[in-house]
Design a protein. Sequence first.
Length: 326
Amino acid sequence: MTKAVIAGLRVVIPRVKKTSKKRDVHAGDRLFFYSLRGLGIFVLSLLALFIIYLFHLSWPALQRFGFHFLVNDQWNPVSEEFGAAAFIFGTLVSSLIALLIAVPVSVGVALFLTELSPSRPAAVIGFLVEMLAAIPSVVYGLWGIFVLVPLLRTSIEPCLRKYLGFLPFFKGAPFGVGMLAAGMILAIMITPTISAICREVFRAIPRSQREAARGLGATRWETIRLAVIRSSRLGILGAVTLGLGRALGETMAVTMVIGNRDEISWSLFAPAQTMASVIANEYTEATSDVHLSALAAVGLALFGVSFVINLFARLVIWQAKKRQAL
């Protein structure tokens, strides 16, 4: 009897294996697999084409100016002397100002909506905050020209110069337009992005983790600080990285309020330019091949700065995950 059962199993098992192999290589599975692989290759190819095309356009300027293009702050289309240092400086400083303003506000709003506010007001406030992301950038620029710039010129900048004028960042005439105005506009624009991602990160923290902290005698603030914020550091860093990416590439709103002067100044009141704003201002009016190539090189530098910052953020997240695993 036992021999008969074993013989039957030997007959059945190979058939099952053959059936499973046929299912594994089903035509629909193969089509789905190769479609996803093709889409992934397409995205990478598109990115490579962008880089190659930008490099091709900027090659005459890179060949003529070399590495000096990145450290030279002179930009003179008449004498065909071009350098992107002032624009790189303006891009980084305006984005840093935006982060310094937007990150505390965004994290605070997200904590209030997830930890403190009742559900109905939280839904309304969260909707209004996210609506800020739907406003076109040119509308932000118009609001900045007619509301923010006069407010900075008549009230905020004179007050900062009066009480903090001993610092180099708050010296000079209060123009209204300048680095501070651009940073504040960018802060308003990236707040919805950072806040929305932080809200989802905070919601992903298990309720049991909060209850455990309260059960150990932690106050409400200590519970938020230890059970929510500390556990969400990687998510907050990811949200800040996405907001920074938006700030680095913003064009129209910044162009309308930054003053568009290609100079490096430590004063936040002084007009400046970013890499995106100089391309928007001069690309349609550029006549010489060197001028066009220099603007393309500025675009390539903007791509490089964004890539380096995002790569650095990824490395920080990877190191933090590695430390948590240990």
